[in-house]
Design a protein around this ligand. Structure first.
Ligand code: ASP
Length: 439
């Protein structure tokens, strides 16, 4: 059994958190490769080290004095080192960082130091080897991952290293400079390492006990999803639910390695398993509910629309020409509705309306704003009768007016459009009917 364990910033924000992390890692021999983030927030108004580094480097780039900012970062690490009683001194490392900042080594280099230094501290504390990610994870010139080279070099390195710390978030370019993933990218590093060593599980340790059935800001103490498929996760993430960087899915998904989301502050909780496919039924027919506010709809009406070949294409090409992507496009016989993000649409509203008039000469165009979309997602909905019936009667009881419905033929999700004002009430009603009422 071989596990890759990634710890997020809040799991490594202080010496106290480091102690929890070490006891988790050392509890199982199979936890062999550790991917740390940079120290995150210790309390809600705190600043993440990554943000401190960006701020500090911005001063350096402008040729301004950045010593106070760099000292504040140093203090974050020293607090951890002292709290753990380590015999480790990062002065030499910080002198190099200072020199490189003065020489304007770039924002990627700057941000990556958070994980790099945290990796050194964690490796020292655990007694594991430290592997600088710039020597084993590689990027192409266009900034995308060089998967082939990475897998070759990284697997060879891991094959000869039993226990190691490999910092998250960055890798190296061919010219030896550093490159970072987008924010939250340590999740991606963990996934790449899991693929390279053919891990049995990729454990992603964070500060929640898994993926919730619904947003905890709307539902108090929502149930945790036990097992979710990659496809379900993608549907929910797209609609705003997030615990994991989107790109973290691809490397492990292809290899069939499950991701287990776990809570550093409650290690006894089983967390959520993210898997390619499973026979396991979800506990509540639905797997999760997620949604987003801020959509607008353009309702286009024209008599005999159904007989006009190319009508939909002409309308969509107007959106395309204006650089807007659409979310949904429900249609009737003589009507067609296009749902888009309101903020993007507002800037180009008149150009788009003019374009539609020219393209299809509609009888009437009506705009509706302040809409929310809610996705009810679940592999368990397939072929189960009455799922949509239950959703709509729950919404009717909660006095929520449904403005749009869209169910993909995969039966994996049902999308419902409601007014922004009804958004929370709608989610509560759906959660109640499928989850609370069943427990
Ligand atoms: N430290 C980086 C960030 O704050 C990457 C990570 O934590 O995953 O975005």
């Amino acid at each position: 059994m071989k596990k890759v364990v990634k710890f997020g910033g809040s799991s490594l924000a202080s010496a106290e958190q480091f102690k929890k992390v070490a006891s988790i890692i050392l509890a199982e021999e199979s936890r062999r490769y550790v991917v740390p983030s940079a120290p995150g927030k210790r309390y809600s108004s705190d600043t993440k080290v990554t943000d401190m580094l960006y701020g500090c480097y911005a001063l350096a780039e402008n040729g301004e004095d950045f010593s106070n900012e760099l000292n504040a970062i140093k203090a974050r690490y020293n607090e951890i080192i002292d709290g753990l009683g380590l015999d480790l001194n990062l002065d030499g490392e910080f002198a190099i960082v200072e020199e490189n900042f003065k020489n304007k080594a770039g924002r990627h280099y700057a941000a990556s130091r958070g994980e790099y230094l945290n990796g050194i501290v964690l490796a020292n504390y655990l007694g594991f080897e430290f592997i600088d990610s710039a020597t084993v994870i590689f990027f192409k010139e266009d900034g995308t991952l060089n998967d082939k080279k990475t897998q070759k070099v990284l697997s060879a390195k891991l094959a000869e290293t039993k226990y190691a710390v490999i910092p998250g978030f960055y890798g190296g370019n061919d010219d030896g400079t550093v490159h970072t993933f987008s924010r939250g990218g340590s999740d991606v590093t963990g996934s790449i390492v899991a693929k390279a060593c053919h891990a049995d599980v990729y454990e992603n340790w964070t500060d929640v006990s898994g993926f919730m059935v619904a947003d905890p800001r709307i539902i108090k103490n929502p149930e945790v999803i036990d097992t979710i498929t990659y496809r379900e996760l993608r549907e929910l993430s797209y609609m705003g639910a997030s615990v994991l960087h989107e790109d973290a899915i691809f490397p492990v998904r292809k290899e069939g390695i499950p991701i287990n989301i776990r809570n550093t502050n409650a290690p006894e909780d089983r967390g959520t398993f993210i898997v390619e496919s499973t026979c396991k039924k979800s506990d509540f027919i639905i797997t999760g509910i997620a949604g987003k506010k801020g959509f607008a709809s353009v309702n286009i009406e024209k008599d005999m629309m159904n007989a006009e070949v190319g009508f939909g294409r002409k309308i969509l090409s107007v959106f395309e020409e204006n650089g807007l992507s659409f979310e949904h496009m429900p249609s009737g016989i003589d009507t067609l509705t296009v749902l888009i993000h309101q903020s993007e649409f507002e800037e180009k509203e008149q150009k788009i309306l003019g374009g539609i008039h020219r393209a299809v000469q509609p009888d009437h165009i009506e705009l509706e704003t302040d809409l929310a979309l809610i996705a009810v997602v679940g592999r368990g909905m397939k072929s189960v009768r009455g799922v949509s019936g239950r959703i709509f009667s729950a919404l009717a009881h909660a006095h929520v007016n449904v403005k749009m419905i869209d169910q993909g033929s995969s039966e994996l999700n049902i999308i419902i459009g409601v007014s922004n004002d009804d958004y929370e009430a709608a989610i509560q009603a759906i959660y109640h009917i499928f989850v609370t009422a069943r427990i």
